[in-house]
Ligand binder design. Structure first.
Ligand SMILES: *Cc1c(COP(=O)(O)O)cnc(C)c1O
Length: 426
C-alpha cells in the first residue's frame, strides 16, 4: 500500500521521501549545502538534462537527477514531498519567501491583456504587486471586496466585458486581521462560468492563515494553494520562505519559471523547514487551543469592546459560519480585538505586554501582537478599513504555544494599564 495513503501526514513528517541509506545511514536529512552535483558519467548528465529541460518524458522508474541547486536539491525536494501530504497535492514548489511564491504564480498565469480578479483585503505585499506592478505589464486587475456577493461580482465582470479575458482568480481567506471568510467553492463556480474549452481559469488561494492543517483549498475547488511558509510552516520566526501546491501540470509551469527567476528556497532554509514541519500539527493545535482561551478571556473583559475570532462566527455571523463549516476545520490561532478607546489605548496595551512580543508576522511559537491600522494595514483604503473594522482601537494577536494562563495574565496586566475612559461606565 502507498505509504502516503496508509499513514497520516504527522506520522510521515519524520521520514517520508528520505532514504537514510543514501546518506551514510543518517537518521535525519543532512543539509545538502552544495551548489552542484557530480554526474557518474557524461551519458548520465545528458539524460538528467533531457528530463529537466522537458526534452523527453521520464522513462518508467526514472527519477529527475540532481544537477544544480537552482533546479533541485535534496532538502528542497524532500520538503516539497512532505508538504504535499497535508494538502493532498500532486506537487509542491518551495520559494525563498511567500512573496516569491505569490509573484511567481501571478507572473506565470497572467500575460498582457489578461484580467486578474482578486479579493480585498489581501496581504499588503500582494496588493502592492497586483496594483502597482501587474498593470505595468499590461494586465488588468479587478478587485472585489471580501464581503461582496459573488453573483454581483460575476455580473460586474460581464457588464464591464472583463469576463472573457479573465485568466486568474486570486484570494486570501480568512482575511487578515478581522477573520472575514471568502467562499472558495463559490469562486470555483465563478471561475468555471468564465472558462471555455480553450481557456480554463485558474483559482489560487493564499492559505497562510489556516493551512496547511485547518483549511484545504484544493479539496474545495482551488487549483493552487499558496503559503507564506514564514508563518505556521516555518513556525519559529527564524526564516522567510514560501510554497505553492497543485497538480502536476500547473506545478511544472511554476517550477520552470522558478528555475529562471532563481527564487527557490536555499538548502539550509529547506532543512530548517523540514525540522519545523515535524511539529507542525502539535504547534498549530496548541496555538488554536490557547487562542480559544485568550479569545474567551477577552470577550468578557470590560476594557474590550469586541473580539474578532473565527470561533465566535457561529453566534455572530451566520454567513461566515456557513462558509466555515464547508471549508475550515478549526478557528486557528489569530485573534483580533477592539480596546475600549482608540489608538492611545491600543498603544498603551501593546506597550505594556511582556510575554507577548510587539511585532508583526504570525503563526510562530511565541505570541505576537501588533496594531493593524498603523502597521500591517496602514496602506489600506479607508472604505475597506471601515468595512472590515480595521480601526485605531483594533489590536491583532497571533497566539503562540506559551502556557495559556500566563498569556492571559500578561494580556490582563497590559489591559489594566489602559486608562479608563472618562464618561465611560468603567
Ligand atoms: C506574510 C504573508 C505573506 C508574505 O510572505 P513572506 O514570507 O513575508 O514573503 C503573504 N500572504 C500572507 C497571508 C502573509 O501573512
Amino acid at each position: 500500500m502507498d505509504k502516503r495513503k496508509k499513514f497520516k501526514p504527522e506520522s510521515l513528517m519524520m521520514s517520508y521521501g528520505y532514504d537514510p541509506e543514501l546518506s551514510e545511514g543518517a537518521v535525519k536529512v543532512p543539509v545538502f549545502q552544495t551548489s552542484t552535483y557530480c554526474f557518474k558519467t557524461a551519458e548520465e548528465g545528458k539524460a538528467f538534462f533531457e528530463v529537466a529541460l522537458g526534452k523527453r518524458e521520464k522513462l518508467p522508474g526514472e527519477e529527475i537527477g540532481l544537477i544544480y541547486s537552482r533546479l533541485n536539491n535534496p532538502n528542497m525536494e524532500i520538503l516539497e514531498d512532505r508538504l504535499c501530504l497535508w494538502d493532498d497535492a500532486e506537487d509542491c514548489a518551495v520559494f525563498d519567501s511567500g512573496m516569491a511564491a505569490i509573484s511567481t504564480v501571478l507572473m506565470e498565469f497572467l500575460g498582457k491583456g489578461d484580467v486578474l480578479l482578486y479579493n480585498k483585503p489581501l496581504y499588503g505585499g500582494t496588493i502592492h504587486f497586483i496594483e502597482h506592478i501587474l498593470p505595468t505589464m499590461g494586465i488588468e486587475v479587478v478587485g472585489f471586496n471580501a464581503w461582496d456577493d459573488l453573483e454581483d461580482v460575476k455580473q460586474r465582470l460581464i457588464d464591464e466585458g472583463q469576463g472573457s479575458r479573465l485568466k486568474l482568480v486570486y484570494v486570501e481567506t480568512p482575511t487578515n486581521p478581522t477573520n472575514y471568510l471568502v467562499d472558495i467553492a463559490g469562486l470555483r463556480e465563478l471561475a468555471d462560468h468564465f472558462s471555455t474549452e480553450e481557456k480554463s481559469i485558474t483559482l489560487a488561494v493564499d492559505n497562510t492563515f489556516l493551512g496547511p492543517l485547518y483549511q484545504h483549498p484544493l479539496q474545495v475547488g482551488a487549483d493552487l494553494v499558496i503559503y507564506s511558509a514564514t508563518k505556521f510552516i516555518g513556525g519559529h520566526s527564524d526564516l522567510i520562505a514560501g510554497a505553492v501546491l497543485g497538480n502536476q501540470e500547473l506545478m511544472t509551469r511554476i517550477k520552470t519559471l522558478r528555475t529562471f527567476l532563481g527564487n527557490m528556497a536555499s538548502p539550509y532554509t529547506s532543512w530548517l523547514m523540514l525540522r519545523s514541519i515535524e511539529t507542525l500539527k502539535i504547534r498549530m493545535e496548541e496555538q488554536a487551543r490557547n487562542a480559544k482561551k485568550v479569545a474567551e478571556y477577552l470577550k468578557d473583559h470590560p476594557k474590550v469592546e469586541r473580539v474578532y475570532y473565527i470561533g465566535f462566527l457561529k453566534e455572530e455571523d451566520p454567513r461566515g459560519y456557513e462558509i466555515f463549516q464547508r471549508q475550515c476545520s478549526s478557528a486557528g490561532s489569530m485573534v483580533a480585538f477592539d480596546v475600549v478607546g482608540g489608538e492611545k489605548e491600543a498603544f498603551t496595551f501593546l506597550n505594556n505586554l511582556h510575554l507577548v512580543k510587539l511585532a508583526v508576522s504570525l503563526g510562530s511559537t511565541e505570541s505576537l501582537a501588533e496594531h493593524p491600522a498603523t502597521m500591517t494595514h496602514s496602506e489600506m483604503e479607508q472604505e475597506a478599513m471601515d468595512k472590515l473594522f480595521i480601526t485605531e482601537k483594533l489590536v491583532r494577536i497571533s497566539v503562540g504555544i506559551e502556557n495559556a494562563d500566563d498569556l492571559i495574565t500578561d494580556i490582563g496586566e497590559a489591559l489594566e494599564k489602559v486608562p479608563m475612559l472618562v464618561g465611560s461606565e468603567y
